[in-house]
Design a protein around this ligand. Sequence first.
Ligand code: BJW
Ligand code: ZN
Length: 244
Amino acid sequence: MHAGISDLARRLRDCDRLVLFTGAGVSAESGIPTFRDAQTGLWARYSPEQLASPEGFRTDPRTVWEWYAWRREKCLAAAPNPAHLAIAEFIAELQRRSPGVTLITQNVDGLHQRAGSEAPLELHGNLHRLKCFRCGADGGDWPETLDLLPRCACGGLLRPAVVWFGESLPGEVLAQASEAGLQAGLFFSIGTSSLVYPAADLPFQAKRRGAFVVEINPQPTPLSRHADLCLHGAAGGVLPRLLA
Ligand code: BJW
Ligand code: ZN
């Protein structure tokens, strides 16, 4: 039996350690495709093995660069939607009361920052930054053209600074996210399919430590039956009302 929404309003008022954990669904209403939607998801049209794995990059770095360049253009052309904005306003409001709110995102699109959320914990990196495929060094800004693929001072190819399948998440970011989850009294999982690990484990860890877990998603996920409350709907519709 799910706890009610009036109970949630009370918890939002009283809770002093809160986590907002977001996935691609939060950017869907900005026109950024999710990964796993059966019709419009990126993985319905493109191969994750070819485009989002170290093996794929090793085999055909140009194809991977071109795919990310296309996605980057889409992100730059998009604007934050009411979900990003509600989250940013909510965090600003809460930070006046207490410091205990952490935004953790799996998204690489930078839209939380553009909405005004300053430093989300980016578990899967950021598409707008680059790093070296060989030595891991920071790779500066995107090149003007891809006529020649950009290289690091060490000679290695640069790549988008995102986390591909089979790669470890940035250790310090994951540690901070886990810590925030374990401390949380209230944990929101918003717009994520809860399928990709280790990120998907965060709400389960929080739940085991006693957090009240709320899921916001138009579809059920593997988290749904463990959550204390499921709000079925689009993030851009639910969040502005909930967090106002
Ligand atoms: C809305 C909405 C609206 C729609 N409002 N909601 C078997 C084989 C191989 C690997 C594994 C395996 N089993 C486990 C693994 C490990 C693997 C994994 O978890 N795989 C599973 C898929 C099975 N994980 C990894 O490899 C991770 N690393 C790791 O484990 O390291 C340890 C290790 C080291 C060495 C060897 C082996 C292990 C790394 C995972 C990296 C994920 N990377 C990506 C790409 C990032 C870069 C890029 O953007 O290109 O991250 S994949 C993609 O999935 C992206 C996302 O961040 C991530 C999560 O997706 P998300 O955000 O949940 O999106 P969707 O599309 O799945 O869901 C959207 C949701 O929104 C849906 O529920 C909709 O209903 C909802 N929605 N509209 C609200 N308006
Ligand atoms: Zn290098």
